[in-house]
Ligand binder design. Structure first.
Ligand SMILES: [Fe+2]
Length: 410
């Protein structure tokens, strides 16, 4: 029997290059705000959505709290009350403001938050210039990956804010966003092809010395039965066929909790879709556009993804089926950079999982209930952030992330 793979855990990133990466990640966040006007920064359109201003401040608070306050001798926080406003959920880091009311906070102003960022940046770069020890470098690395997660959240949140506005403003004219094309992301027409994966004991999880979140470790083995996986994501046209076939009116296709929501909220299409004559439009970061048939369907909840799979006579893959297929069939399209892909795996700890001690250990571990794992990455995920072992997670009815479907079959 083969030995279980070892999980050495991540090594601290080398000091050279870390300051440059710090500068570049922080600047990318601010670059995302280029099309916003001051009023856009302040609004939250639902409890799940944080204002852009909050994301800018919270990602700075993370460095201030976990790096500067503990490891930069003599560091004095810019404003001791900011910890209350900009701590998200770290109970061991103190009391915090109510998440649902973040959009009611008009002070500090956007300019004051940008000054806060500049102050944290100056102090962080001073610290990094002094060749900090591995423990500090690892925290900086975590802070950079944390900031990248907030870059995606900033985009999904501002999209919801713009959609809530009856004017439906466009933030980037179509085709001008500096990263992925928001709307027409690599359409894949033609029938789905299937890749087969034979049964066997498989290694999953992260056993590299590179960065990975604690929830990707330890690597371990699982047994998988033979299965097939789709070579591309489900398209808008395919999802429209589900709607036209009464998919949102058939209780037999839905999990009970999902069906209750469909009934209570009279849902009949994905969140950003609007019917326009015979066709559909979709709200995007470039405004309200015609639905592109061959583009991967976007912004589905787990309930919708699961109902679609049932309607198609298929199912969602487990997270390990996704990971093993991504390794054995790297020619699968749209694994990364298009839509996060719902899996039918509950977000739980891997065998032997141990969160880091202290407040930073609250990052992932305490969220391991009532959520599902998503794999891959989306068009809003910054370059260099995704990994084959990455485990994103959201509750069953989350629809405002860039989430789609890859099907599996026995
Ligand atoms: Fe955060």
């Amino acid at each position: 029997m083969p030995e279980a793979p070892s999980s050495p855990g991540p090594a601290a990133p080398p000091a050279p290059g870390l300051a440059e990466r710090y500068r570049s990640v922080r600047a990318y966040t601010e670059g995302l705000c280029a099309p916003l006007v001051t009023e856009d920064f302040v609004v939250s359109s639902m409890p799940d959505v944080s204002p852009t201003k909050w994301h800018l401040a919270h990602s700075s608070w993370f460095f201030e709290t976990f790096v500067l306050t503990r490891h930069a001798p003599g560091y004095i926080p810019v404003n001791p009350r900011y910890a209350f406003l900009f701590n998200s959920y770290y109970v061991q880091a103190g009391e915090r403001h109510c998440r649902a009311q973040r959009g009611l906070v008009t002070r500090p102003t956007v300019e004051e938050v940008l000054q806060y960022r500049r102050h944290v940046d100056e102090q962080m770069l001073k610290l990094l210039a002094g060749a900090p020890p591995p423990e500090v470098r690892s925290l900086v690395e975590l802070g950079l990956h944390h900031e990248q997660q907030h870059q995606e959240l900033l985009l999904t949140d501002i999209k919801h804010v713009m959609w809530t506005n009856p004017l439906r403003p466009a933030l980037w004219p179509a085709g001008t966003a500096p990263w992925a094309a928001w709307h027409q992301s690599s359409p894949r027409p033609g029938a789905i092809g299937w890749r087969e994966v034979p049964d066997g004991i498989r290694h999953v999880g992260n056993d590299t010395s590179g960065f990975a979140f604690d929830n990707e470790r330890p690597a371990h083995r699982v047994f998988l039965d033979r299965y097939r996986i789709a070579d591309r994501l489900v398209t808008n046209a395919e999802f429209r066929a589900f709607i036209e076939d009464g998919g949102y009116r058939r209780a037999d296709l839905w999990l009970a909790a999902g069906w209750a929501i469909v009934q209570n909220e009279h849902r009949g299409a994905p969140i950003y879709w609007d019917q326009a004559g015979d066709g559909w439009t979709e709200f995007t970061l470039s405004g309200q556009l015609s639905l592109v048939d061959a583009a991967p369907v976007n912004h589905l909840s787990y309930f919708e993804a699961d109902a679609y799979a049932r309607w198609a006579g298929l199912r969602l893959p487990t997270e390990f089926e996704w990971e093993v297929a991504a390794r054995t069939h790297p020619d699968l399209s749209q694994l990364f950079g298009e839509r996060w892909q719902w899996t039918q795996s509950a977000y739980v700890a891997y065998p032997g999982f141990r969160p880091a001690p202290g407040a930073v250990g609250e990052y992932n571990g305490k969220w391991m209930s009532d959520q599902w794992v998503l794999r891959g990455s989306s068009c809003a995920t910054p370059d260099g952030h995704a990994r084959i072992t990455y485990r994103n997670f959201f509750p069953s009815d989350a629809r405002w992330q860039f989430t789609g479907i890859r099907l599996a079959a026995p």
